[in-house]
Design a binder for this molecule. Structure first.
Ligand SMILES: [Zn+2]
Length: 399
């Protein structure tokens, strides 16, 4: 993290204030215009502020489709907030997410009986950065809203971008959950039919939570326990990202190998409970696989050693294209696409508490670097074997 410098902070602050004011002025001008054109009551405009933002966003949707000179708006660092900016920029530049978000969010704000502060503020953020006049924007309203809910993020300490990302996606999932009254979808099934059991489990999950987050980011693991007597039992769980603990630091790592070692594995486990067939307590084999891949796959490299808090700075080789057909559970999915394309990475430099985050994001044919208020084009290639790569964002190739 850059050293704290009062003079530059003050300048940054004045700059931020200036931009905030210009954005508000710009907005009120547009609201007035809508008011005059459509002859709607002032009260209605006030209540439907998000609809105005929505139309404003729609006008600027090209922003997400193609590169243009306004396409990349930086986010000011509000004091160690690069962890937040790095993640926000990646979501902002993920059209599949943004389209769904602006498609569903306004309806939610309208009908939701529960508060949706994070989604509201994210919406406002989108609306502001889609304003062609600015090159950088201060996400202070968003941050205030986020920290009012997650108080551990309050203040100016550096935080983990992976943790922030998980919280944020969970907030969206919770706020924009389309299931009004969660039910339970339970069907008694023979314990031997893995595929049916899995799709039953998934239906049950979706009967409780269904949102743009479950559509886009949620994947599933399958676990198979094999008793010494040969009897098999299955369980499943959901994942929002694939966390990979980086243990040894001898030489470099290979992303595909790490995925294979962590999520397609067989190990001995002591279940501590009796086998429901032979009734003996015994050690079992556990087979872990990926039951269903998400449309957007997040891979979180866990560079911090949980024992001593030290950062593993080994380099990781990663790939623009990633085919996971070898590590999925073929008993459950055979026909689904398994080919991914890298579209963004969050990088981390320096040590855990004082480090700095920045993102590489592919827009059109080119990679861009987003580092707080600085945004610049890198070109068609980026280095894919680095010590700084921290979180990787892939999307299904044909998605
Ligand atoms: Zn048994």
């Amino acid at each position: 993290m850059k050293k704290f410098d009062l003079k530059t902070k003050k300048l940054e602050y004045q700059e931020r204030k200036k931009i905030k004011i210009s954005v508000i002025e710009e907005e009120s001008k547009k609201i007035k215009k809508i008011y005059n054109n459509k002859n709607i009551s002032k009260e209605k405009i006030k209540n439907n502020h998000h609809i105005y933002i929505f139309s404003n966003l729609n006008d600027n949707l090209n922003y997400y489709n193609e590169e243009n000179k306004y396409g990349c708006v930086g986010l000011y660092n509000l004091g160690n907030t690069c962890y937040m900016n790095s993640c926000l920029q990646i979501l902002i530049h993920l059209p599949q997410f943004i389209y769904k978000f602006i498609d569903s969010a306004p309806e939610f704000f309208e009908k939701s009986t529960k508060p949706t502060p994070i989604s509201n503020m994210f919406y406002e953020l989108l609306s502001n950065i889609s304003n062609n006049q600015i090159t950088s924007f201060s996400p202070s309203n968003f941050k205030d809203s986020f920290t009012s809910i997650h108080q551990e993020f309050f203040g100016n300490l550096e935080h983990d971008t992976q943790e922030f990302c998980r919280f944020l996606l969970q907030d969206f999932n919770c706020e924009l959950n389309e299931v009004v009254s969660p039910s339970s979808y339970k069907k008694e099934l023979p314990r031997s039919n893995k595929k049916e059991m899995f799709f039953n489990y998934r239906k049950d999950c979706l009967s409780k939570e269904a949102s743009l987050i479950t559509d886009l980011f949620i994947g599933f693991f399958s676990f198979e326990y094999i008793c010494e007597c040969g009897y098999k039992e299955y369980t499943f769980s959901q994942f929002l990202d694939l966390p990979i603990q980086m243990n040894s630091s001898i030489g470099g790592f290979d992303l595909f190998q790490m995925l294979q070692n962590n999520f397609y594995k067989k190990s001995y486990v002591d279940m501590g409970e009796n086998c429901s067939f032979c009734r003996r307590t015994s050690k079992k084999y556990e087979n872990m696989k990926i039951a269903l891949l998400p449309n957007i796959l997040i891979i979180s490299l866990q560079r911090t050693n949980p024992k001593n808090g030290m950062k593993n700075e080994a380099s990781v080789k990663f790939y623009e294209g990633l085919d996971l057909s070898e590590i999925i559970d073929t008993e459950i999915q055979r026909t689904n696409s398994t080919k991914y394309k890298l579209f963004a990475i969050s990088n981390h430099i320096g040590n855990i508490n004082t480090g700095h985050y920045y993102s590489h994001i592919k827009i059109g044919q080119n990679w861009y670097c987003f580092e707080d208020s600085k945004v610049y084009k890198i070109g068609a290639q980026i280095d894919m074997n680095t010590k700084e790569v921290y979180t990787l964002f892939y999307k299904l190739k044909d998605y």
